[in-house]
Design a protein around this ligand. Sequence first.
Ligand code: NAD
Length: 734
Amino acid sequence: MTDFTMKTDADGVAIITWDTAGKSMNVLNLDALDALEGCIDAALADEAVKGIVITSGKAGSFAGGMDLNVIARMKDMAGDAPAQGLFDGIMHMHSVLRKIERAGMDPKTNKGGKPVAAALPGTALGIGLEIALACHRSFVADNPKAKIGLPEIMVGIFPGAGGTTRLARKMGAMAASPFLLEGKLSDPAKAKSAGLVDEVVPADELHAKAKDWVLNAKDADIVKPWDQKGYKMPGGAPYHPSGFMTFVGASAMVNGKTQGVYPAAKALLSAVYEGALVPFDTALKIEARWFVNVLMNPSSAAMIRSLFVNKEALEKGANRPDVADERVQKVGVLGAGMMGAGIAHVSANAGIEVVLIDAKQDAADKGKAYSEAILDKGISRKKVTPEKKAEVLARITATTDYAALEGCDLVIEAVFEDPSVKADVTAKAEAVLPEDAIFATNTSTLPITDLAKASKRPDQFIGIHFFSPVDKMMLVEIIKGKETGERAVAKALDYVRQIRKTPIVVNDARFFYANRCIIPYINEGVRMVKEGVEPALIENAAKLVGMPLGPLQLTDETSIDLGVKIAKATRAAMGDAYDNDAADEVMFWLHDEGRLGRKANAGFYAYDDKGKRQGLWEGLRERYPPMDAQPDVTEVQHRLLFAQVLEAVRALEDGVLEDIREGDVGAILGWGFAPWSGGPFSWLDMLGTPYAAERCDQLTDAYGDRFACPDLLREMAGKTQGFYARFGPEAKAA
Ligand code: NAD
């Protein structure tokens, strides 16, 4: 069965229906593109056809976008000339969409074409919207849940099937920029007022309205502005005074936001700028060239792999044990503090009954009020209805009474980080829980295997580690203790799927995976302060390599006292092997000065009375005067990145990580590891293991053994072997 089928009705309107077999939402692959072209050719050639409506066979949606696996395949298929193969493939896509747009009209007179309308039952993303933009008029059903937009930039590419060129020409570069450069999605009403679509109509009138328009459209109605004489870009082309300002501003904005490390945003802007100076068909060619440029950049391939392909695979249960459905019906949350309140909210929001327990009733109530505050914010932004708020809140029972846990199939504990308090609540909860309930801890530092000793059922005990703030952070780290059984893992994964977050599953070890890698990043930054590296150089080097926060700002955000606490506990656990005195000296000094970070309005940074960050604190340079000769920015970046990625390699070596996909996806979602790189293992593959090992040796000579090349990396370097080539899913399957 082909994905596009066509039927011509009695009024001479050809209805082309897109229905990807076996998928809940349409996605475009190469065969489907051929099928679409076949339908268009047939409709244009058939004299009985007066016009065309392109729609979807899926209720409530038109398309989710391009099947991004296809891009990777297109490249592979092209053999020795992947760039040429990609360019030809993209130009073919342009020709199909251009065929829709020109619809058989005379190139000189613009007359004689057949009207083509897009009838979108709902969501139209990526290529879904690009097809609609090529049609002469787009109708979308008034389905408030629908999302309309071009999110390609989010996975490291840009709309490359004409969406970039068409949208910029339709609405002007300035107005198009949130949709192109930020991947902004809109509901149908907002999409119409922005100009992404032309009409919003009641769902049951969608086809009739589209058909009616097709039957009544005149020649002039179907000629796009850019195919008419004298077309001028709204807001001005680059050499127009206002257009000039737009492009200067957009260029500055892109560089400011991306620090120049995301190739797609720059390439997109170039495509719009250069395209605006030439006729439409040449602009499409320019767009295709820039698109190929992006697709050939290792960064986009790595981002697509981690942020699209592998993230989705993990969410769909790539590492789920083969046991029956463990979806959660009723969850108990112990401790209604910052984390517990967030966990209760995301659970109730996903339709799960929640019992939220704290030691005192007012603390439990405060936890529930946190959910209410998030929902109220949603209402003020029109993202939540009052009915939805009532429903979500009705699912949360805030109490001090453990008896209310009866019937819970999962409990997540988020009480104080103290083993005896945790042991106490574990015993109290297990006294009332059903025999088969799973007990999870949200601890960030305590070994799961030790905490499981307080449980009567250690095989049903597991770590479910959230990141703060719970409602915003997309990663959840699931940690298996020594005795954790498969059903507990399945329960945790099914729960994470219910709350629509991304899971990674790791084995128990100090700081698990994410914190294990981020702590060395912080320490390396703080250590450099002690050495006399300019604090601003440390912070800017980190941001210029794509880290969301410099290590000093991150320390202020998470608090200096937490850093001190972790340092003391680590020293106690590691004894003589502990090697962090240089960073500790700075941290302990700030701590003694009462500079505890953002919460104290004083830390590595200075803050004003309202808590607004003012810049790096001058006292830092007085205490640790900057050296005369400052290091090169790349040297600082390599120290900061190697500190993290070597820890990731050690986690793989130790068996804490079982799947490098989890290592990469977890790093980006968990602590914002330079997303352009695709994650630590993707970055090492980009560097090449021989060069990475060589850098380890140089960094070790210059700064110490913490940069010692792990045996695994050394061995791989000897064979010039990549991490994905050895540990990727294809290698594992072989
Ligand atoms: P918090 O201090 O904000 O909240 C702890 C809550 O537990 C308080 O409301 C307290 O009253 C309650 N509590 C204490 N003893 C209790 C008992 N015996 N019975 C019932 N309730 C009790 O702490 P938090 O930041 O929410 O952290 C909670 C847990 O989550 C800790 O294990 C922490 O390590 C972990 N964690 C924290 C973060 C973070 O960023 N804060 C991130 C991941 C994990």
